[in-house]
Design a protein around this ligand. Structure first.
Ligand SMILES: N[C@@H](CCC(=O)N[C@@H](CS)C(=O)NCC(=O)O)C(=O)O
Length: 203
């Protein structure tokens, strides 16, 4: 398998998951300047990472890629458990992180592309930050008394870790969310996470 990514972007979720499988894979950084042009747009017309190529299978979209990796390597147990209920629970958190939290972060990353005046950009950033904090409160509550979002560690935990890195980059105050901070520390100490960070030139 070959994963195309950008250091620290959401592709880091897939990169961590591949590390957790313990199986060989390739990782290639897509230069930012090459994201929206061929040859990269030939594999993903959206001009976005992640992209996973496995033989004649080319996949885009985190959720599809993460499910594919989990199903190719069931022994890695990155689905969040063995029962349908446990897996659904892990998927529920994955969906919240990918569809809601990530998308709201996109407003912080892309405020200048979305609205033109500085006042509108500030308002957008404030609204997005407030919404993210509401969702962080929900996730913090879920993590009360538990180590992982699902019954067992899963791809959702890798997603939360990457999102919390973004929160750090935006200097968001997470002091009201001790369970998020503990989750971040747990992930940061993980060997697979450390290997993915090192390969992306990150700490
Ligand atoms: N819905 C997509 C979102 C992918 C996405 O937002 N990728 C970002 C990095 S986190 C990207 O490549 N952005 C480059 C750009 O569009 O400029 C997924 O889950 O894979």
């Amino acid at each position: 398998m070959k994963l195309y990514g950008l250091p620290g972007a959401c592709s880091l979720v897939d990169h961590i998951t591949l590390q957790w499988t313990g199986q060989p894979f390739e990782y290639e950084i897509v230069p930012r300047a090459g994201l929206k042009t061929a040859p990269f747009t030939d594999i993903n017309p959206m001009g976005a990472v992640p992209v996973l190529v496995d033989g004649d299978v080319t996949l885009t979209q985190n959720v599809a890629i993460l499910e594919y990796i989990a199903e190719q390597y069931p022994q890695a147990n990155v689905h969040g458990g063995t029962t349908a209920r446990a897996r659904a629970e892990a998927r529920r958190w994955l969906a919240l992180l990918n569809s809601d939290v990530h998308k709201t972060f996109s407003m912080l990353f892309g405020a200048t592309r979305m609205v033109s005046t500085e006042a509108a950009q500030d308002e957008l950033r404030k609204t997005a930050s407030d919404r993210i904090k509401e969702m962080f409160a929900l996730i913090n509550k879920r993590l009360e008394g538990r180590e992982w979002l699902g019954e067992a560690r899963s791809v959702a935990d890798a997603y939360l870790y990457v999102i919390l890195r973004w929160a750090g980059a935006f200097k968001m105050d997470l002091s009201a969310f001790p369970n998020l901070q503990a989750h971040f520390a747990r992930m940061q100490a993980d060997k697979g996470v450390q290997a993915a960070l090192a390969a992306e030139g990150l700490k």
